[in-house]
Design a binder for this molecule. Structure first.
Ligand code: GLU
Length: 420
């Protein structure tokens, strides 16, 4: 048994503990368990970038491919000052269970560069992205590993990756990344997909608990692509988005925030902070506001042993990856908070990434209605499966979702056997 790895960190430990808990429940033996726990392949690269002032700065970048058993690997690329190899490995592992749970033919992957894109110019970010792509060339490809956006990256980043890769091979390869602009082979509905998926599942959870959507109060931590589109999608059902936050702070308005006006404010100031008619709240206060639905949509490890006892929501919808620690899970498991676990709750993004990849490979593009219809069908099926499984086996929702995902990967590994 390998006891120490380069991935060791609180977040990797957390992903491993979740996995081991399920592996115990499924009765997976020690050697098979180890095989599926540690990432199959990891690349660490130095990314030298010429900065605007003429200096050359070296950044550290990673790509972790968790398992290669079912098909190519899939997952986003994160630009953030806190990126570590352990975090990227944990996120890659969660991608594996997520793809398996919703039935996509992918293993999980994740990439990242430790940098602060907020402090970099567009030109610097472009040069960083192009050089990082160049360094990743040995292990990415439309049949090998397909990156996508994550925290700190967006459609423009994906366009640069697609361009850098295509320039290398001598022809356009749209299938190398997903989440790119529609004009170069992106899919309609990909930008909104994660948020739409979260909103769809929150609605299903509200139906289950018989909470009327109209007037239901929603709190969202993190107002990037996912938080923003979740808010808009939920507001179509006349819910009240009472509080939202970003890295600079939070805002609260009991009657519900006016989202169109908020979008204009964000465009002007690049933050939700200072929005007229709303009171300021800290990120910590925001998590414990009374509400029907609490949606962490930022980074990992936000619901912890320290604050879990103070949550006053009825539904916890994990739009972020890994927002709840294992210690907090021990408390939630016994509470009557309805959990939409991350690998289910935020799966809309990678589902539509899969559609984008399929469209690129076939050079045959779908309408937005087709994309959304297929998205909702997969979400509906998976939601029902997780709920029925949890009920039948008397499992916590996270354990049910994980058990379905982990078992699919374990079964695939078993039937393929060991080479040589
Ligand atoms: N970064 C997103 C996630 O965590 C999307 C990944 C993808 O579309 O490949 O699910």
């Amino acid at each position: 048994m390998i006891t120490q790895t380069v991935f060791d960190s609180p977040v990797f430990q957390m992903a491993c503990e979740q996995y081991d808990h399920i592996a115990d429940w499924l009765g997976i033996g020690q050697s098979e368990r180890e095989r599926a726990r540690l990432p199959k392949r990891t690349l660490v690269v130095q990314v030298p970038v010429r900065m605007d002032d003429g200096r050359v700065e070296n950044f550290q970048g990673y790509r972790v491919q968790h398992h290669l058993t079912i098909g190519p690997t899939k997952g986003g690329i994160r630009y953030h000052p806190d990126v570590t190899i352990g975090e990227v490995a944990a996120l890659a592992m969660w991608m594996s269970w997520k793809c398996a749970l919703v039935g996509l033919p992918f293993g999980g992957a994740k990439g990242g560069v430790t940098c602060d894109p907020r402090k970099m110019s567009i030109g610097e970010i472009e040069r960083l992205t192009r050089r990082f792509t160049q360094e990743l060339i040995p292990i990415i490809g439309p049949q090998v590993d397909i990156p996508a956006p994550d925290l700190g990256t967006n459609e423009q980043t994906m366009a640069w990756i697609m361009d850098s890769y295509s320039t290398q091979v001598g022809h356009s390869v749209p299938g190398i990344v997903t989440g790119k602009p529609v004009c170069i082979g992106g899919s309609l509905g990909r930008r909104e997909a994660t948020g739409r998926g979260v909103a769809y599942l929150v609605n299903r959870a509200m139906d289950t608990l018989k909470i009327p959507a109209e007037g239901a109060s929603v709190v969202i931590q993190g107002f990037g692509n996912v938080g923003f589109h979740t808010a808009f999608a939920l507001s179509r059902h006349r819910t009240r988005i009472v509080a939202v936050s970003d890295y600079r702070g939070g805002i609260y308005c009991k009657e519900g925030l006016h989202l169109d006006k908020l979008a204009v404010h964000i465009q002007k100031t690049e933050s939700v902070v200072g929005f007229e008619g709303a009171e300021p709240v800290s990120n910590e206060e925001l998590l414990t506001l009374p509400c029907d639905v609490l949606i962490p949509a930022a980074v990992e490890r936000q619901v912890t042993a320290d604050n879990v006892g103070k949550l006053r929501c009825r539904i916890l919808a994990e739009a972020a990856n890994g927002p709840t620690t294992v210690e907090a899970d021990h408390v939630l498991r016994k509470s009557d908070i309805f959990l939409l676990p991350d690998i289910l709750c935020n799966s809309g993004g990678v589902i539509v990434s899969y559609f984008e990849w399929v469209q690129d490979l076939q050079n045959f593009f779908w309408t937005e209605a087709e994309v959304n219809d297929r998205l909702y069908r997969i979400l509906e099926q998976t939601f029902s499966h997780v709920m029925q499984f949890a009920k039948r086996e008397k499992l916590y929702h996270r354990d049910a979702a994980m058990a379905i995902g982990v078992k699919k990967v374990a079964d695939a590994k078993k039937v393929r056997g060991l080479f040589p």
